[in-house]
Design a protein around this ligand. Structure first.
Ligand code: NAD
Length: 475
């Protein structure tokens, strides 16, 4: 099946399915089970009217449940002008594989609303979001037990707060109402560290990759992550947090940023925070003073660099430009940025790709933490923090009296400080991304039929999902 694929004619869903097919073949999965895993369980399409300044507008939205072998099904809600049913179903499928890769016990789902959010006021967005949420809730596509959305392109904490509030009003008897959506503001049941989680997760992936000398050598790199030249497409939620951390903590040089309205280039490194502040103020990168501008932003995907991080939208690296990519390593922070056809070309050229279903799973990982916290109704670390601090200070006193030596100040500080919630969230995220990398690497190292990270990631996912289908049985 993989061999018969034509060129550049695949839909997003077909592209995801073909990528998964490689793993089904490697694992020798029964075709019936493979078909069951790949099939999208249900997609709801809604059309609803909203009164905008005295004029009625009809909006179209989707919520797709790809799998419900684990519940709730989980996945973001996207607000964009490019949303359609195929996109939502492809993204829901990616969520199924993603959750399995990082051992998050959820099924896969995704939602989308066809809208340009920049064209509406805050009040209008609230009306539209609450109305969309009501449609999803009433039709059984949103609840803490069955289907839990999160932010994605064009949505954030604000929309999640409106959705949670709408659910609460419709279900005042549900004590777990705040778990109906993740990515909420901290004051409304959100979790510190969720907003940065996907971008931070991308960085944890890169750090783990560079901790493995054989992986680094296979990619043709020398040395560590520090000093590597990085090009990022999309300076939104994911791209901003990833590139800021890479610049500030890992000493990478962010030499190019590609946005909707062009690109910025600076060989000795762009200042991410400065550019982000500029975009927040001017709503564009145009006119940014401290970099060269390139009007055909997309052409910069082929710029000379070490690491390319597409963090905007799907379908950016296709059969048309895959041959021109110069980066040794592509890190898919966005969902589906490399098409199936481009993936084939890049693999033949020896370019290493760390795939979306693993790389951007930091978001759903911390969403899982948020959901667990909402159901537990208690902040992480609340019971043990002071107790840990007390034990730490007793250990410090014992250490001092036994050694009669001064203890370096930073060790003293670390010992007597109990972890706060953000420390715990980051630790859980780091642990998840590292363990998943090791699972993927173990498949690559042990299976001669697998020689790329994408197939290895799908093998990890499908092995777990198929076991869950077979354990329960299909009847
Ligand atoms: P966002 O809306 O915050 O940011 C997207 C950015 O990409 C914006 O700055 C936008 O201007 C830019 N952009 C859009 N179209 C572009 C184009 N054609 N060329 C260049 N830049 C373009 O969205 P986000 O939440 O950062 O999501 C980005 C990607 O990451 C999406 O594929 C999304 O599905 C994926 N993702 C997001 C999360 C999350 O937690 N937010 C989690 C997993 C995956």
């Amino acid at each position: 099946m993989v061999d018969n694929v034509g060129s550049e004619s695949l839909s997003f869903t077909e592209s995801v399915n073909h990528m998964a097919d490689r793993a089904f073949e490697v694992l020798n999965i029964d075709p019936g089970v493979a078909a069951a895993i790949k099939a999208c369980t249900a997609t709801l399409e809604v059309h609803f009217p909203v009164n905008i300044n005295g004029k009625i507008e009809v909006f179209t939205g989707w919520r797709s449940v790809h799998s419900s072998h684990r519940l709730p099904a989980k996945g973001g809600i996207r607000y964009a002008t490019i949303v359609d049913q195929d996109e939502v179903e492809a993204l829901a499928a990616l969520m199924t594989y993603k959750c399995a890769i990082v051992d998050v016990p959820f099924g896969g789902s995704k939602g989308g609303l066809l809208i340009d959010p920049t064209k509406y006021s805050r009040e209008d967005m609230q009306k539209i979001t609450r109305r969309f949420a009501r449609e999803l809730i009433r039709k059984g596509f949103l609840s803490p037990a069955t289907n839990v959305p999160a932010p994605d392109m064009g949505t954030g904490e604000r929309e999640m707060a409106w959705i949670a509030d709408t659910y609460k009003h419709l279900h005042p008897e549900d004590v777990n109402y705040s778990g109906c959506v993740t990515g909420k503001p901290v004051a409304h049941g959100g979790l510190r560290g969720r907003a940065e989680a996907t971008g931070r997760g991308v960085v944890y992936v890169l750090r783990e990759f560079f901790r493995n000398p054989d992986c680094v050598a296979d990619t043709g790199f020398k040395g560590g992550l520090g000093g590597k030249r990085v090009v990022i497409q999309g300076l939104g939620n994911v791209g901003f947090h990833a590139s800021k951390l890479l610049q500030e903590e890992d000493e990478c040089l962010i030499t190019g940023i590609i946005e909707k309205d062009g690109a910025l280039v600076k060989e000795d490194g762009l200042d991410i925070q400065h550019i982000h502040d500029y975009i927040v103020e001017h709503k564009t990168i145009l006119g940014y003073p401290d970099a060269s501008h390139v009007s055909d932003g997309k052409s910069l995907l082929a710029m000379d660099c070490d690491i390319l991080i597409p963090a905007a939208i799907e379908g950016q690296i296709t059969a048309d430009n895959a041959g021109a990519i110069k980066a040794n390593l592509i890190v898919e922070a966005a969902n589906g940025p490399v098409t199936f056809e481009a993936d084939e070309i890049l693999r033949q050229r020896g370019v290493t790709i760390l795939p979306d279903a693993y790389v951007n799973a930091g978001g759903v990982t911390v969403s899982y933490f948020e959901w667990v916290r909402n159901l537990a109704h208690i902040r992480f670390g609340r019971m043990e923090r002071r107790y840990d601090e007390m034990r730490g200070s007793h250990m410090l006193s014992a250490l001092k009296s036994m050694t009669q030596q001064p203890i370096p100040e930073w060790i003293e500080k670390e010992l007597v400080q109990g972890a706060n919630e953000l420390d715990l969230v980051r630790s859980g995220l780091d642990d998840t991304m590292r363990l998943s990398f090791q699972q993927i690497k173990a498949v690559l190292d042990s299976n001669d039929r697998v020689n790329d990270y994408r197939t290895a990631s799908y093998v990890v996912a499908i092995d777990k999902i198929s076991r869950s289908y077979l354990d329960i049985g299909v009847y």
